[in-house]
Design a protein around this ligand. Structure first.
Ligand SMILES: Cc1cc2nc3c(=O)[nH]c(=O)nc-3n(C[C@H](O)[C@H](O)[C@H](O)COP(=O)(O)OP(=O)(O)OC[C@H]3O[C@@H](n4cnc5c(N)ncnc54)[C@H](O)[C@@H]3O)c2cc1C
Length: 483
C-alpha cells in the first residue's frame, strides 16, 4: 500500500484514498451526515479553541478532499470525548474516523499537522499535558510511533520548563472562592479564577490532587507524574489546595466564601445487589484502579473476573494483565453491538489477552472462608421492544455458568455522593445545574463536571470548569445574566 521515497512514506495510488474514503463513508456512516452541525455545536474542543476546531467542517473536508485533510491540524484536535457521536442524530462515528486518519497521517509522515495542533492544545486546553495523554492520543498512529513520541516528550519537557517560570497571580479581589474537588473540573476553574484575581481554595478529600485522573485512569494511559505537573502549575499560580479535607456540609463554607464551585465528580461506585458481594476479593473498579495506580494490589497469577462492558471495565482488564493476572474475563449483559466501551478500547483489551463474554447476567458470588472463589452468571437474550425501543432481559433457562475467580471487579458505573448537599440543588442522581452557566438554584453555588453529567469525560469536565470561572466572575461582579 505504501512506498518509501527519500525516507518519506507516501500513498501508492489515488485508489488507496478512494478505498479509505469508501470505508469511512460506509462503516463509520460518514455518508449519512446531513450537515446539521450538532457535532460542532456540542464539541467541548470547539468552544475551548474558540472555533479553531469544528468537527462539522472536518467531516466536510474529508468527503471533499481526503488527501489534503490528513495533512492538517484539525484531525489532531478531536479529544475523543465522543460527545458528538452520542448526540449525532445519524450516529456518525467522528472520533473513530479521525483516529483512522491520524494513523494514516503518521504512516505517511505528515506530522506537521500534529505539531501545529500542539500549539493550540497548549494555548487553549486548560490541562494540556493531561489532555494530550488521555484525549488527543498521539500514540495511536500505527507505524511511526517513535517520531510522534519524541515530539510528545518535547512538549512535556517544554511545558514543565514553562511551569518553573510561572509566578503567583496578583490577587486583586477580596471575594473568596471555594472549590470542592480537585479533578479536571476543579483544577480548571481554579486556574481561570485566580487569573481573574480571585483568591481560590480547593478542598480535596484525597491525600493527593487529581480526582479520577489520579485514582481512576490507569497509570499506563496517564502517568501520575503528568497529573503532578498540572497540580504544580495550579499551586504555583497561588491556588491554595487543602488535601485530606472532606466537606460534609455547605453551611460553614457559605459563611466564609463568596462563591462555591462543586466539582465533586461521580465517585460512589454502584453495586450489583447479589449474594456474595461482601466477600473478600470483591472490589469496585475505582478501588481496584486506585490500588493498581499506587501499586497496592497483588494480582500476580490470579484469576480476575470483571463485571461490566464499558471503558472502565476495559481499563481494569488491561491494568490487571499488566500487573500479572493469569486470566482476565470481562463479562457484561450487553451483546457485541451494544457493549458501551469504545471499539478501540475493546480491541486493545482483547489484543492484550482479555476474554470478553457477552449477554451474561451475574447472579451469585461464591466464597470459601470469607474469600471469593467463583462467580455465577446466567445467559440472557436481549429483546428490543418494537414500540418503545426498551431492551428486555430474558434469562435462558438452565444456562447458569460459573467462572473461577480470585478477584471479582465490579465495573458497573458510579454516581455522585449527594448526601451532604441541600435538597434544592439535587437532581436525578446528579447535581441540578445549568450546564451552560453551571449555576444551581442556590445563588453563589455552582457545579460542573461528572457531578452534573454523571460519569463523562475529563474534556467535558474541563469545559464546565472554564464556564464556571466565567459565571462566578460575573456573579461576583453583581451581573445578573451569566450567559
Ligand atoms: C477508569 C477511568 C478511565 C477514564 N478515562 C478517561 C479518558 O481516557 N478520557 C477522558 O476524557 N476521561 C476519562 N475518564 C473520565 C474522567 O476521569 C472524568 O470524567 C473526570 O475526571 C471528571 O472530572 P471531575 O472534576 O468532574 O471529577 P473527578 O475527577 O471525579 O474529581 C472529583 C474530586 O472531588 C473530590 N471530592 C468529592 N467529594 C468531595 C467532598 N465532599 N469534599 C472534598 N472533596 C471531594 C474527589 O475526591 C475527587 O478528587 C475516565 C474515568 C475513569 C474512572
Amino acid at each position: 500500500m505504501l512506498i518509501n521515497i527519500n525516507g518519506d512514506l507516501i500513498m501508492e495510488t489515488l485508489y488507496e484514498y478512494d478505498r479509505l474514503l469508501e470505508e469511512l463513508l460506509n462503516s463509520d456512516k460518514l455518508k449519512y451526515c446531513y450537515e446539521c452541525g450538532t457535532c460542532t455545536g456540542c464539541c467541548p474542543i470547539t468552544e475551548m479553541s474558540n472555533g479553531i476546531y469544528k468537527p462539522r467542517n472536518v467531516l466536510l473536508k474529508i468527503s471533499l478532499d481526503l488527501k489534503s485533510v490528513i495533512k492538517e491540524k484539525e484531525i489532531w484536535l478531536c479529544a475523543s470525548c465522543h460527545k458528538c457521536y452520542r448526540l449525532c442524530p445519524q450516529g456518525i462515528k467522528t472520533p473513530d474516523i479521525l483516529i483512522k486518519l491520524r494513523d494514516l497521517s503518521v504512516e505517511l509522515g505528515y506530522i506537521d499537522g500534529f505539531i501545529e495542533a500542539l500549539d493550540i492544545i497548549k494555548k487553549d486546553i486548560p490541562l494540556p499535558a493531561v489532555a494530550l495523554f488521555i484525549g488527543f492520543d498521539p500514540l495511536f498512529g500505527t507505524t511511526d510511533r517513535t517520531k510522534i513520541a519524541e515530539i510528545f516528550k518535547k512538549f512535556i519537557e517544554d511545558y514543565k520548563e514553562g511551569i518553573s517560570l510561572v509566578n503567583r497571580e496578583d490577587i486583586t479581589s477580596d471575594k473568596h472562592v471555594a472549590i470542592i474537588g480537585s479533578g479536571p473540573a476543579g483544577l480548571t476553574a481554579a486556574k481561570y479564577l485566580i487569573k481573574k484575581g480571585y483568591p481560590v481554595t480547593i478542598f480535596e478529600s484525597m491525600s493527593e490532587v487529581g480526582g479520577m485522573l489520579r485514582k481512576g485512569i490507569p497509570f499506563f494511559r496517564l502517568p501520575k507524574d503528568i497529573v503532578d505537573i498540572e497540580a504544580e502549575y495550579v499551586k504555583k499560580m497561588g491556588v491554595e489546595i487543602k488535601t485530606n479535607s472532606t466537606i460534609t456540609n455547605l453551611d460553614d463554607l457559605k459563611e466564609r466564601y463568596d462563591a462555591i464551585f462543586l466539582a465533586i465528580g461521580a465517585q460512589k461506585s454502584k453495586h450489583l445487589g447479589i449474594p456474595g458481594e461482601d466477600l473478600d476479593g470483591v472490589i469496585t473498579a475505582i478501588d481496584f484502579l486506585n490500588k493498581a495506580n499506587t501499586n497496592d494490589i497483588d494480582i500476580q497469577d490470579k484469576k480476575v473476573v470483571i463485571v461490566g462492558g464499558g471503558n472502565v471495565a476495559m481499563d481494569v482488564a488491561r491494568s490487571a494483565l499488566r500487573l500479572g493476572a493469569k486470566l482476565v474475563n470481562a463479562c457484561c449483559i450487553e451483546d457485541n453491538e451494544t457493549m458501551p466501551a469504545y471499539k478501540k478500547e475493546i480491541q486493545a483489551a482483547m489484543i492484550e489477552g482479555t476474554e470478553i463474554k457477552t449477554t451474561l447476567l451475574p447472579t451469585k458470588i461464591f466464597g470459601d472462608n470469607g474469600r471469593v472463589t467463583a462467580i455465577e452468571f446466567i445467559k440472557i437474550i436481549l429483546e428490543k421492544s418494537e414500540d418503545t425501543g426498551d431492551i428486555r432481559i430474558i434469562p435462558v433457562k438452565d444456562s447458569e455458568q460459573r467462572l473461577d475467580a480470585d478477584i471479582v471487579v465490579l465495573a458497573i458505573g458510579s454516581a455522585t455522593d449527594l448526601s451532604f448537599l441541600p435538597a434544592e440543588i439535587i437532581g436525578r442522581n446528579v447535581i441540578d445545574a445549568n450546564p451552560l452557566t453551571t449555576e444551581t438554584r442556590l445563588p453563589g453555588i455552582f457545579a460542573g463536571g461528572d457531578a452534573i453529567f454523571g460519569p463523562a469525560t475529563a474534556t467535558e469536565a474541563m469545559l464546565t470548569g472554564k464556564r464556571a470561572a466565567f459565571s462566578i466572575d460575573k456573579y461576583l461582579k453583581g451581573l445578573k445574566d451569566l450567559i
